[in-house]
Design a protein around this ligand. Structure first.
Ligand SMILES: C[S@@+](CC[C@H](N)C(=O)[O-])C[C@H]1O[C@@H](n2cnc3c(N)ncnc32)[C@H](O)[C@@H]1O
Length: 240
């Protein structure tokens, strides 16, 4: 992701389809209960609120600010327009491409790193999207993706209701309706086996928990995140 190496980074610090901002927050393990950004143009009624939240969440510093050449991919028109607007207000040298990960134009890779933060669960044809991410990498490149932890989805609502985590289905893929659109549940092995089949080697898994201090005086059910991981962060290396 260093310009000097001549390989740009596919991803963005803006909250886009392929983005790194909330991944970094998840790694810091401080605030897993943040509202999630709007995902789809098919929910334009929710876009304005999401854009307001996103504006408050743009991180600094960022990959582009640290010298990476960053390309951000976003298919949703409102989020894409928002990113372009932010880039014009505070330029970071990020090039945004209005595209679908399942039908990517030539982005000018290969890339040193691809970051897909909370993107794959939103995509029905996620295997095509993951393939596109991996194929955008140079050999040895880093693929980092995050999902809601497949073993503990809807963690806080169930914790609030039962005082513990409960689920009644894990093995079958199913839709999870959310405020900003539908996500898809897949098992942990589904994601990891697909990664392997694409020629990636797992380098690190992270299951961050919330710092107990951050849960003090938090909203109802926030302590669920102290005891169980809300997110799964996967790092892998393209080997071929
Ligand atoms: C839950 S949001 C995550 C946003 C941001 N990356 C973050 O971590 O906060 C899901 C994102 O995936 C994007 N997305 C959905 N389907 C996509 C696709 N087929 N190709 C690329 N991005 C997609 C949505 O537009 C949205 O920006």
């Amino acid at each position: 992701m260093d310009q000097r190496q001549g390989h740009p980074t596919l991803g963005s610090d803006a909250p886009l389809g392929v983005g790194a901002d909330s991944t970094r927050r998840r790694l810091r393990q401080t605030s897993p209960d943040q509202p999630r950004p709007a995902a789809h143009a098919r929910r334009p009624d929710r876009a304005a609120g999401a854009r307001r939240r996103l504006r408050q969440r743009l991180p600094q510093p960022d990959l582009a600010g640290r010298g990476a050449t960053v390309v951000g991919v976003e298919p949703g028109p409102s989020l894409f327009d928002f990113a372009i607007e932010q880039e014009s207000i505070a330029p970071r040298g990020i090039r945004y491409v209005h595209a679908d990960l399942c039908d990517l134009p030539d982005l000018g890779g290969p890339f040193d790193a691809v970051v897909a933060s909370m993107v794959l669960p939103a995509i029905p044809d996620w295997t095509g999207a993951m393939r596109a991410c991996v194929h955008a990498l140079k050999p040895g490149g880093l693929f980092l993706f995050t999902v809601n932890h497949p073993c503990y989805e809807q963690l806080r609502p169930t914790w609030r209701e039962h005082g513990e985590y409960r689920t009644h289905r894990y093995l079958t893929e199913h839709e999870i309706p959310g405020p900003n659109g539908v996500d898809f549940h897949r098992t942990l092995s589904t994601y990891l086996n697909q990664l392997t089949s694409l020629g990636c080697q797992l380098t690190e898994l992270a299951e961050p928990g919330l710092d107990p201090d951050a849960a003090v005086d938090g909203p109802d059910g926030i302590d669920a995140y102290v005891h169980l991981p809300n997110f799964l962060i996967v790092a892998a290396q393209r080997t071929t």
